[in-house]
Ligand binder design. Sequence first.
Ligand SMILES: [Zn+2]
Length: 306
Amino acid sequence: MPSLDRAIERLYDLSVGTTPVEEGPPHERPHKPLLLLAVFDLLDDGLATPDRIPWCQALRDRFKARFDVVRKHNDQCNPDLPFRYLAGDGFWQAVEADGTTPIRREIRVSDLGQVHARFTDGFDLLVVIPGNRSRMREALVTRYFPQHAAALLGQIENRQSTINNRQSSSLHEDELEYGRSPAFRRKILEIYDHQCAACGLRIKLPAAHDVSFIDAAHLIPFAESRNDHPTNGLALCKNHHWAMDREIIAPGPDLHWHVSKFVDPRRSNGEKELKELVGKSVLLPKDPAFHPASQALEYRVARLSA
Ligand SMILES: [Zn+2]
């Protein structure tokens, strides 16, 4: 069985796809995480088991209730797509009525009638435990829909479910401060290809070394925002992470670096180097869907020690 932490890392890294620029500001498609949230509801309510999740009206209703909360631009409410394509993430199978044939590509899920899905690869053993579902649900909201946490988690509380609310959640102290660090870090490093967004330093150690010289920094601290969406993150080397956390340097909404006027380049080499960052571009990830949110950048610049 995979550990819960490892499973949460995989939930942070669902291949959700991003929207093309022609459809407005690029963003990740919400369908897979929404489907999982809907499935967890069904498990809570005894309408599904980890090895038999029916394609049913209850599932579609729960999907749609959340979809209406998070939809952007012309996102389409089509739960049949993630029901089929979540299989690509390695812990989900969708099968036809016989229980073994993977659902056929040429037929829409909604036209197939008796199809169901199941968790595989150890997720079946994890999601059967309500406390695990609670952690996974909170992780999905934190990673994909932090702006809608109240609405999405509130929906659950209103249903009198057994899910713990935020105050009594099982998060440890350090998680409150840093988010689900390993999962967030892994995702940010992948998006930024292990490169510091300030100086361009890139160090990639083989995966076996579970250490990194490059950090994943939150723009708005996790304790304040509970936001692990990649647009609230930045890959930074230790030095620049330290300097940003102490409000000495800040990435701005103009996507350039800003430096506190307290930094005196005549005083030391280090300060000279920090000062040289002024006006340099923030080194961004390729996919615009993951560029830092302007609201998060404004937060940083506003706190720069003037
Ligand atoms: Zn750096």
